[in-house]
Ligand binder design. Sequence first.
Ligand code: KG4
Ligand code: ZN
Length: 334
Amino acid sequence: MKDVYILGIESSCDETSCAIVKNGKEEIATIISSQIDIHKNYGGVVPEIASRQHVKNITIVIEECLEKANMEIKDIDAIAVTYGPGLIGSLLIGLEAAKTLSFIYNKPLIPVHHIAGHIYANNLVKEMKFPLLALVISGGHTELVYMKEHLNFEVLGGTLDDAVGECYDKVARVVGIPYPGGPHIDRMAEIGNANYKLPIPLNDDSYNFSFSGLKSAVINLAHNLEQRKEELNKEDLAASFQEVVTTVLAKKVEKAIDEKNIKYFITAGGVAANLAIREKLSKLCDEKNVEYSFPAIRYCTDNAAMIAAAGYYYYLNNSFSNLIINAKSSDVLK
Ligand code: KG4
Ligand code: ZN
């Protein structure tokens, strides 16, 4: 079969990204323009500012990507783009750019669910094997997904309130760390001791998660110490929080591995960059004799290579869209 080159576009939040991926697994070029430096002044992503930055960046990012790959649009087989979920204004910029390229150059248009993209970041490291279990942990999502084959997503459970990354960012705020706090908490936890007692949330028999209670427990702990004029050990708090998060994630993953007879496990999303989570889950998989992979650290957070990788499998299925497709701020993975 001839090689297939997919150009991916991702703009669902605060990263404008374009990538070219060959045959769903080989990254040719990726450009990511991050807006973190702008949004961190506000303690989180400001949707209107994000959209305006995407407008500024999108054509430059696409041009740079083609240049880096030493390719022209005529060499591309299809355009894959994140249609949702995400910030509606941000999504629209990437989607309109993709539609325009598709229309002008007569290339098939492939809409990709953002979470499907995160999952397929793993395919760029090691070809995914089925049936598999995916733990999706990002700033907006916490989901356990079962896949019996490519593009077949069964959501086993998810968060009932906050996403795990959101919780990392809020805990970071409590200790005065700028957005996005996840990577900082990860590093602080490494040097701290898990001395603070925090509750294990939704420690039940379901595949669901809950992180808002844990977030409140951290806030209350910090307030109580402040009222008693006792010093908060930030590293110990980070370690205590991370210990609870890794425990609850591993517990639900273990349940799914056992009940679904899983032989292949992957993790996806921004929080999949977390070293303690990687360590805990790899240990669990080793014990259970389950093969596993993690995305490359740079492809845990939002990027277009993951969208192009997923897009390849839609391409093989001829799953193309016409130009009236709209962006969706929320949409179930299916
Ligand atoms: O996947 P992503 O870029 O955005 C969404 O689709 O939501 O994930 C961003 C999230 C942020 O909450 C960030 O704090 C978190 O991923 N994150 C981490 C780490 N690196 C990024 N959280 C914990 N440990 C990390 N090393
Ligand atoms: Zn994401």
